[in-house]
Design a protein around this ligand. Structure first.
Ligand code: NAD
Length: 416
């Protein structure tokens, strides 16, 4: 496993691209650093009457192209390094997609499973009030991430609205569909993964109808990716897994049935129509496409040599360490990087924000069509950059994104 911190890992990816594109060192220094880091310590009244103090973060990595954009996670291990890395990735993700946003991320150090609903609501409202000094529909627009959801976004939106005195739908995305949310947001990241899987199979000369696919992680991203890859590309999903383990069937699964099973049983690892496998075994299966859609660092220097897939589509953020990346590139595996592959979510978040500002809502077909078009455009731009610089797709995606943010920085100039 890599000993580097997540932020160091992220900066290493940036540095590789910056040196290949000959980025001016002073611009590189501006782009590497987070613009604003806010740490808040805030009290919450617990159900038994005592007060607990929690630590929260909001990092705005870059706002050269528009307001900061990025989720908020609740996790006992969340720390500043992690939030900085995630905010950093958001800057490049929004730029690869050519969205008029910068990058941000937030987090609260808490195990939300230990809170009652009332405690969770009070914590969410107080945290959002604390970070409100840098938040707003034109400043910084949060969204859900690990352990936060549409209900939490509704509390955030209401808290902000109460504080400013009017309803501001556009202050967060990922809200309930009937409260300023967007249709198609739930499936958006999986749909983007599907588009990237299809396009990369074209690049590698693989017929999607004959292709086999393994998906690690069977949550929001993994489920929709598996479903749409099987239904819309006609590929066989032969393995899936979650934190409890995986299941393999060379004949392919009925993904809808698998999703129902996961909902009822809480895991896919006991699904009877296949052979039990571990998460490590899933990654090393002889498949055409591997979709890591669980956590960071799934593919590392210890297992990268054993990956047999021809294509890796990164549904998760940071699933491949820089060491593993080098090994996969040397072995000719096409790795579609996270900042492109899982950008479907932030793209539909952008649509949600636009709809909120206009107070005019789109239908599902419109959203799917616009998302697929933007994913295809971004994929094609990354491939063009890859060919121009004779490099891997991750470095190409960074070059494309860095070029756009660097342009905005130069054009705007350094104030004063
Ligand atoms: P989720 O919580 O819905 O699902 C995560 C899944 O991973 C669960 O099935 C869980 O059991 C499984 N998992 C956890 N540990 C595992 C392990 N060690 N091995 C195998 N499986 C494991 O989360 P999600 O929203 O699907 O997010 C997954 C990843 O995608 C994260 O890295 C997230 O940051 C990234 N991502 C999500 C979105 C989005 O829109 N949801 C957008 C961009 C990126």
């Amino acid at each position: 496993m890599s000993k580097k911190s997540l932020y160091e890992m992220a900066v290493e990816q940036f540095n590789r691209a910056a040196s290949l594109m000959d980025l001016e060192p002073d611009i590189a220094e501006v782009l590497r650093r987070p613009k604003r880091v806010l740490i808040v310590e805030f009290p919450v009244r617990m159900d038994d009457g005592h007060i607990e103090v929690f630590t929260g973060y909001r990092v705005q990595h870059n706002i050269a192209r528009g307001p900061a954009k990025g989720g908020i996670r609740y996790h006992p291990d969340t720390n500043l390094d992690e939030v900085k890395a995630l905010a950093f990735w958001m800057t490049w993700k929004t730029a690869v997609m050519n969205l008029p946003f910068g990058g941000g991320k937030g987090g609260v150090r808490v195990d939300p499973k230990k809170l009652s609903r009332g405690e969770l609501e009070r914590l969410s409202r107080r945290y959002f009030s604390e970070i409100q000094i840098i938040i707003g529909p034109h400043n910084d627009i949060p969204a859900p991430d690990v352990n936060t959801n549409a209900d939490v976004m509704a509390w955030y939106m209401d808290t902000y609205s109460m504080n400013v005195g009017y309803t501001a739908l556009g202050v967060v995305t990922g809200k309930p569909v009937d409260l300023g949310g967007s249709k198609g947001r739930e499936e958006a990241t999986g749909r983007g993964v599907k588009v990237c899987a299809g396009l990369s199979m074209d690049v590698m000369g693989i017929d999607p109808k004959k292709a086999t696919v393994a998906v690690q992680g069977f949550g929001n991203v993994g489920q929709y990716a598996a479903l749409l890859i099987s239904q819309e590309l006609g590929s066989k999903v032969v393995a899936v897994s979650d934190s409890k383990g995986g299941v393999y069937n060379p004949e392919g699964f009925d993904v809808e049935e698998l999703i129902r099973y996961k909902l009822e049983e809480g895991t896919v690892s006991t699904y009877p129509k296949g052979e039990k496998i571990s998460n490590e075994e899933l990654l090393e299966l002889d498949v055409d496409v591997l979709v890591p859609a669980a956590l960071e660092n799934a593919i590392h220097e210890g297992n990268a040599e054993k990956i047999k897939a021809k294509i890796v589509v990164e549904g998760a953020n940071g699933p491949t360490t820089p060491e593993a990346d080098e090994i996969l590139n040397r072995r000719g595996v096409l790795v579609v990087p996270d900042i492109l592959a899982n950008a479907g979510g932030v793209t539909v978040s952008y649509f949600e924000w636009v709809q909120d500002l206009q107070e005019f809502f789109w239908d599902l077909d419109q959203i799917r069509t616009a998302l697929e078009k933007m994913m295809k455009e971004a994929f094609s731009e990354v491939m063009k950059t890859k060919n121009k610089y004779s490099t891997d797709m991750r470095t190409a995606a960074y070059i494309l994104a860095i070029d756009r943010v660097a342009y905005a920085t130069r054009k705007r100039g350094i104030y004063p």
